[in-house]
Design a protein. Structure first.
Length: 255
């Protein structure tokens, strides 16, 4: 079943009042099925961050449309977009964006507070996300009292506690060492195996190899896509590296 539909998106920016518009995305069109894990790759300036921000409803649509479970973003009033983001999508960023003066417990519970969930319903919701992520013994610590990997797991718990339709991850391993990054990616793999839908922007072939499909952007367009199928993670990672090199060279050679 299709969860996310991205329909012919184009987006331009102006660097100055007199400057001509610079087109960042050009007729981008794809869909994501419920339970799928999709990675988006591309060199700096390829449009991947703009694409993620449009899907997150952090940028206004210009041309085209986005539908999440059939709901068009164009039908969402501006005054309701923040609530739509908070209740429909979970976000995991390179920088964890945890509040330093809040414990991990309070950081994780914050989306429920903002959404007006009853306090008596919060403990069960917290246990449901903290347990699988191994955070039970860390909930009373502050962000500066835990490792980077533990902080990122708290950020994942915060994203999951709202029971989102879609998890959006922007370079989630970028601030982690290799051991913590691998642990985080294993967590994503487990979440996906449990039915979570994930769309991840990454520059890392290692990270992308955990996905079931990789979209490659070049000059604002989807230049190529690669499916994992029955390939091992190592073989898929090698295929990703080969495809990425061809994309960066402009497609010289054959996919």
């Amino acid at each position: 079943m299709t969860l996310l539909s991205v329909n012919h998106l184009s987006k331009s920016y102006r660097t100055g009042a007199a400057a001509p518009p610079h087109r960042v995305l050009r007729d981008v069109h794809f869909s994501v099925d419920a339970g799928e894990f999709v990675a988006v790759m591309g060199e700096s300036g390829s449009g991947k961050t703009t694409l993620l921000n449009l899907i997150a409803s952090l940028l206004d649509l210009e041309e085209g449309d986005i539908l999440l479970q059939g709901q068009s973003y164009r039908d969402i009033p501006a005054a309701k977009k923040a609530r739509f983001r908070r209740e429909q999508m979970g976000f995991v960023f390179q920088q964890f964006n945890l509040l330093d003066t809040f414990t991990l417990r309070d950081n994780i519970l914050l989306p429920l507070v903002l959404s007006g969930v009853k306090p008596e319903d919060m403990p069960d919701r917290l246990t449901a996300v903290a347990g699988p992520l191994g955070l039970e013994d860390l909930l009373d610590r502050y962000p500066d009292e835990v490792s980077g990997g533990q902080g990122q797991r708290a950020a994942i718990a915060r994203a999951l506690i709202i029971r989102p339709k879609l998890i959006l991850a922007d370079e989630p391993t970028g601030a982690l060492d290799s051991k913590a990054a691998t642990a985080l990616l294993e967590t994503f793999g487990q979440l996906n195996a449990a039915g979570e839908t994930i769309l991840m922007v990454t520059h890392s072939a290692l990270a992308a190899a955990y996905a079931s499909r990789v979209l490659f952007l070049r000059d604002g367009m989807i230049y190529h896509e690669l499916y994992r199928g029955d390939l091992s993670r190592q073989v898929f990672g090698d295929r990703i590296m080969e495809s990425l090199q061809l994309v960066l060279k402009g497609g010289e050679g054959h996919f």
